[in-house]
Design a protein around this ligand. Sequence first.
Ligand code: ZN
Length: 466
Amino acid sequence: MSEHIGGTDQASTAKADYERLRTGHLSAVHAALEDHTARLDWTREQIEHYRDQRLRALLTYAQQRSPFHAARTRGLDLSTATTADLARLPVMTKQDAQEQWDAIVTVPGLDRDQAERTLAEQTWFSYTPGGQQIFSSGGSTGVRGVYVWDWDLFVSLACLAWRTQAREERRAGGQRPALLAVLEAGEPPHASTPLFDVPSTAGMDTVVIPAGEPFDDVLEAVAAARPTHLVGYATVIGRLARAASTGALDIKPVRVSTNSEPLFDEDRKAIAEAWNVPVHNLWGSTEIGVQAVGCGHGEGLHVCEDEVVLERVDEHGTPVAPDEPAARTLATGLANHTFPFIRYDLGDEVTTLPGNCPCGSRFARLADIAGRRDDDFHYPACTVPASVFRHVLGTDPHIAEYQVHQTPAGAEILAVGSPDATALTDSVEAALRRHGLPDPRVSIRTVDHLARHEATGKLRRFIALH
Ligand SMILES: [Zn+2]
């Protein structure tokens, strides 16, 4: 008993320590938000000049401090490099990033083992002695990744995630008091809660409602909170909007921000029908952070070109013209000096939108990220997006790799590694139930390896029933 109380005390001390430092971190975000908001009005020349200088800074730092990047950037004149020169560097894959972690990270004393220890030992979100945060995610490919965000990177990413809304709130004269309901993972190791639990105006409070709880509990918590603003997983907010339309939820948000999952048409329509408010859809990743954000005026999303370089490339990594189809999207995160991602393969496909946005911003635009709908599992009762499985399976440190086969009543999962099959089965079944699948049946089988596609070497991670 005393041991249990001791453990709880330790956990609450850890939480209090985290909250104290985070208060300071949020002050840094609010200070930087002024600069970031002003950038939204930049001309093309300002955007490009700033971006090229930042790129040179990143490449130089990475070359000096990261053995991995030193080898890859050799021969490039960094004093005159521009985004066009990126095409001369090799593509960085998720496998590179996870297998060569210690050669990529630029902080003395921080390595993969240390990062794994932090993830295993922390009882709540935490900061390392160097002010970094360690996150893990299943990401778009579903392979588990471990990531480090330093103090400055978090400040930049939080600004990218919130500056558009902050500007709109200011233009609208603000709304006091305001309450933001944060419908994200709600717990470590996912980065979503720290990133989105951020007030975008002075009079705003926030409440975190873990989106992974049973939907009826989420609904009840949102109803009780009576938020004026919502941010969260696109499918969860879509479901709340449908509940509002049927009278099961009585709230009147004035602004909605969606992330972490593709925003499907049916969810966008449900949000419009229920509340008719601006929607800021965000496309991001734990690796890069925030890649593009919707302004709530024009179509699509604005690329955060001041902090991220995106390249649409063909199968060989060669950039293609805006009107040509691309095989993949590479991202270079300009604010990440601790663990540089340079020409990183995001795995998503994006389409450039021509012309200027009605909002007046000169930041380039992408069409809404559709996601890979062929990865969705359609059951008679509901559709389950692949992210539901990735969320559970992709963050389990005991799973090296997995493949999910849809079955009529649930899924059969093949896992490489040594997961706790009982606990994992329960977690996946609970997640499916929350998404509306009644009485889900899940089985987990441990295997030595998974068969990859013979020609491409790619693993089909989700195999739907047809
Ligand atoms: Zn716009």
